[in-house]
Design a protein around this ligand. Structure first.
Ligand SMILES: Nc1nc2c(ncn2[C@@H]2O[C@H](COP(=O)(O)OP(=O)(O)OP(=O)(O)O)[C@@H](O)[C@H]2O)c(=O)[nH]1
Ligand SMILES: [Mg+2]
Length: 271
């Protein structure tokens, strides 16, 4: 059976970005059965823009939350995961820092048999988009802390970003209770999986609007790490495979040719 993909996008005051994001996602996923779920906590005109977008583009759905914004980005993403109907779920920021074109190789990785695909800025072919020294330091420290605290993050080159795709079935029985922003570390620490595929990507500048990152988010990250140290499950048998840019391209050709079948490797082989 063809695999459906749901892309979950948390939004807080992103009215200048959502239409362009939906357009670029549509371009990237030409031929794929997909939809986009915007989970919105905005206090500006973003809900109106999303309503209009969803009227014009049947791939798009949105859910506006009132009074829950203080519980943070990660709970919005979990709500999206629960609402979305894809076999595969992706999480992506709205501000186009995660280039939507990366969804196609991510989908190819999933069809090839990955349980999770995690794009990385830190492997050959990837780039942090020229982050300034301070942001590089903050992001490097967050990564170092995450790997020091949680063994499930150690083999992953870029574990603190919010860009990933995984099998929805991994959520069954998983006790996800993220504090703050970091949704992927919660999934990596709390879900069962075997094969992680990393592919390179180039992080971009924010397209429009403002960053929502704050000191509170940093404190919540430390709290979440402490919490996951006690709650996290073991991942001794996890295999992390790193794809080169060339191999990634060949896998896109193999799995996402013009006429998409949306079938996994096993299904194609008739297993
Ligand atoms: N639903 C929801 N989305 C949020 C919330 N806070 C941030 N977001 C969204 O989460 C994504 C990441 O937020 P950003 O402000 O871009 O954070 P960042 O990418 O770490 O920071 P910059 O590099 O400065 O952009 C964006 O799509 C935001 O709109 C929130 O409280 N609720
Ligand atoms: Mg951003």
């Amino acid at each position: 059976m063809a695999k459906k993909l749901s892309v979950v996008v948390p939004t807080f005051n992103e009215s200048g970005n959502v239409a362009e994001l939906a357009r670029q996602v549509g371009e990237a996923l030409d031929g794929v059965d997909y939809n986009i779920w915007f989970i919105d906590d905005s206090n500006d005109d973003t809900p109106k823009v999303l309503e209009e977008l969803c009227k014009n583009d049947t791939h798009c759905h949105f859910h506006h939350r009132e009074g829950e914004a203080q519980t943070g980005l990660a709970t919005a993403v979990i709500e999206g995961f629960n609402m979305a109907d894809g076999d595969f779920l992706a999480c992506m920021d709205a501000d186009l820092q995660h280039p939507p074109a990366i969804l196609r190789p991510m989908y190819a990785a999933m069809l090839s048999g990955a349980d999770i695909c995690i794009p990385s800025r830190l492997i050959r072919g990837g780039s942090d988009g020229g982050l300034n020294v301070i942001r590089k330091f903050v992001s490097g420290t967050a990564r170092w802390m995450g790997k020091a605290a949680l063994s499930s993050l150690r083999k992953i080159s870029d574990p603190t970003s919010g860009l990933f795709m995984f099998k929805k079935s991994m959520l069954e029985g998983a006790d996800l209770k993220p504090i703050g922003w970091k949704i992927m570390i919660e999934v990596l620490a709390m879900c069962s999986y075997r094969l992680v595929v990393e592919i390179p990507y180039e992080f971009q500048d924010r397209n429009s609007g403002e960053s929502k990152i704050s000191k509170k988010v940093t404190l919540q990250y430390i709290e979440q790490l402490k919490n996951l140290r006690t709650r996290g499950i073991r991942h001794d048998s996890v295999i992390v495979t790193r794809w080169s840019p060339e191999f990634t391209e060949s896998m896109v050709k193999k799995y996402c040719e013009k006429k998409m079948t949306g079938q996994t490797a096993d299904e194609k082989a008739g297993n």
